[in-house]
Design a protein. Structure first.
Lengths: 276, 276, 276, 276
């Protein structure tokens, strides 16, 4: 099981969420609390936007996040209003940077926790459905990257929710053809640098966890004495596979088969269903 | 341009050919003499057979061969009657172990110097021709590995020469469809652990170099005082992209559009032509 | 906490003990049973003798052992009558090959589980005591390597037990000068390629575990139906920080403050005390 | 031979000097023009200040700079008013991050091209002279890092020129005691985040090259049509081991046995002599 984190809001240093707190993402990589896999030591990645309209930058490594000095340096040196971070526990494919999340295409980032079951059985059929124009951008061999390029094929850049619904529908349909009962298990985050879409779904209706932080304005009312929140804009949000701390009222579990959108103005939480 | 070496004969320590001599393969990686590319610092690989009928073992790394301590240790610790070694200068694809030669499938090894021109244009069509049963064994994104899996699709394991002829024919045909004038440039070595097949070919009829060492019995007659040859069986052969030393009479260039087979009993050199 | 394994006996493939069994060393690296640290993902090393009188070869990597493909290849390709393996959980110093066990000097190997407490406080005084002739061979910054070079300074190569007793005495004395109450905690294995010496000691008298396998002749009597033991010589022994399996009667804990010697002919177990 | 670059002036993206130009530092790493060593493939490092008074951040890797994707990402993502970059060709010590320049201590950075001759002979005596308070900060085994900690011992942080003069004097004196005729060869750059000091010296009076870019105000007068200079402040300077381009009038060689200081206000060029 992988773990991930997505941040949107007032520009902060990456280390604030990756390193500094109890239950920070790096801390989680060593000590799983809710995860099925013991350890997330199979590489990690960080993708961040500068807020200047440029495509995101990505730093990925095959070393465990907890002992990568360069990650510490970068996390202290880089400030960003929107970033993704992911720590990997491989479910089989090679440990190499190109298999490490977040994946990037143009201004989009994508990361995933979960798996496509019996991926070897359906891999080729899934790849065959990817657009010719996208094919050469595939660099690795993971199920997660395949899902990304399928979603791009299905229009991620114009209608993200519809594209992910179609991608999941196609994966399920392909799996069922091969008698795979529960073809997909996922929490996914994707972004174009302005909004973040996060999805929680699994064929078996028992998906891995997905949490949204409470809106900052509400959180500040709840904890007026917590001055580390003062500098954060009301719209600041964190989306995670597992809560980063134990503050009561700070984290809200996304319901089964739902997705959320975080973007300036209004956020949204709505049911998610694959389109068949 | 990459460089490679294939050895067959009396079991020797890998370091004899990889490290110890002037113009050893590692020495070549730092100082090109005949190559187009300055430096082979984009990873390396070694594949070797134990001589016990087991599939070959492969050690591959993304570090430059000249500064990899583990390579030094292994080359001193491993003795083999048949091994391949390859040093890479990337022509574009990612620097990762899965893009590093030699590639392995079952008991077969494959390594390549050269390129498929405009690979991005033909990549998908080439991949589409690969057998379903082989598809999931592809781990990287290089033209070289694609050529290997095409050759396997065309029967490498039963008739290697015919399979490589068909592979090259298919690559040329696919390239020509897209107005690529000279689709392929290659020297290739492949082995099943008993024989080695080495190919020299390019669409433009101006292929990179390929050299076979002179038979040991002849070489011993030529240099009776060279006692380092004493322990080597008469059938010992080295095949290389560039000669390892300057001994007159020791190296024989393969002619343009030819292939050679090295195996116990008789060796063979014959013309090579793609089958269309 | 680190973990390690030392083997002496009939030549076997490294993978037999590193990879193949339940509770193999690699399996332990992911799931600690008796250890204080959750995960041994900070690199690993293997040192082995060919049995030809040559110095040992060492393969060390900063990647987690469980996801290093090259380790799998080597462990399947290398057979040895005497080898060491070590998986690291850093207690602070940098994750780099030169900080990875086993350490080698000439024909000697050394590996350690434990620590010198407040190492920063005593580091320089300890280093100052190392022989001039040895100083330039130090490549890393760990307490473990410092202990090795102190032991070499105190005559490890002529009288290993006396040298380790003097090393531990010197470390304790130096620590006490700086009001460090319990300066050292250790299990150590060292070898010259013929015998293995293993030590269990800590200043607090509560040392990490050390286990010796039961002599093969006794084990065969105990388990006549366990045919995987048939090929192993009577003198075959494994020494480990944690048992590799649950076979009753197969593993014997070394008592507190003891050392054992494994060598052809007679083995030995005796009390250990630092010399002051 | 290593190569390095130091920049001070208007904040720019690192990629401007590391990657984008002909004869950029990365380009130089593959194709030496003035260097003695063919290839700088033994790792690289970048150190940069954010301009907010914080200590510098350092990104170092053992991969060749030319194929490190993360370096590309960072160089495009990080903007800095003062940064160092270094590409390494090892003269013997291990290829590991802790042997990679620039070295950092507090707010100081240090990088070096050259060597201490017969370093193994004088290593220990040099290390013995380093302050106790600094000893535990030494992480690697290079002559370059030893020079840094000696300079720190001699007061680098209060009077950099005097400290480097004393360091060089001490290295020469120690070398001469051991009949090493020409103990040191160096170009060095060091900075506290505000000023940069660059030194050119060798015992043999034939030092490796050191170049200062012409002041921007003069360069703008010389090339009024070169609009890429428009955004750079008049005080912007680049100091390099080898010129980054062929613009006549842009680069000025430092004379033998001289040092230069670049800092807001006045720059300075003055003779350098070791203090004995």
């Amino acid at each position: 099981m992988c773990r991930w984190l997505a941040y949107s809001g007032s520009p902060i240093k990456l280390e604030e969420l990756l390193l500094k707190r109890d239950h920070s993402l790096i801390d989680q990589s060593l000590h799983s609390r809710m995860g099925a896999t013991t350890t997330n030591g199979d590489g990690f990645g960080v993708g961040w936007y500068d807020g200047d309209g440029e495509p995101p930058r990505v730093y990925r490594s095959t070393h465990p996040a907890w002992n990568d000095r360069n990650l510490n340096e970068l996390a202290a040196g880089i400030k960003s209003p929107l970033f993704f971070a992911h720590i990997r526990a491989s479910t089989g494919s090679a440990i190499q940077e190109t298999n490490t999340h977040p994946f990037r295409y143009g201004k989009w980032l994508w990361m995933h926790n979960g798996l496509i079951r019996d991926f070897n059985t359906v891999h080729r059929e899934l790849v065959n459905r990817i657009d010719d124009a996208l094919f050469n951008s595939i660099e690795g061999t993971t199920d997660s990257e395949t899902m990304f390029y399928l979603a791009l094929t299905f229009g991620l850049q114009s209608d993200p929710v519809a594209a992910v619904e179609e991608m999941v529908g196609f994966v399920e349909e392909t799996g069922h053809k091969h008698d795979i009962e529960q073809p997909i298990q996922m929490t996914i985050a994707t972004t174009d640098g302005e909004s973040i879409w996060a999805f929680r779904y699994s064929s078996e209706g028992d998906s891995r966890s997905l949490w949204f932080s409470t809106r900052m304005d509400e959180l500040k009312l709840l904890y007026p004495a917590l001055h580390q929140l003062d500098d954060l804009s009301d719209e600041t949000r964190v989306i995670v596979s597992e809560p980063l701390g134990d503050l009561p009222g700070a984290w809200n579990a996304a319901p089964e088969s739902h997705y959320g959108v975080v973007h300036p103005g209004t956020d949204k939480l709505a049911p998610f269903a694959p389109s068949h």
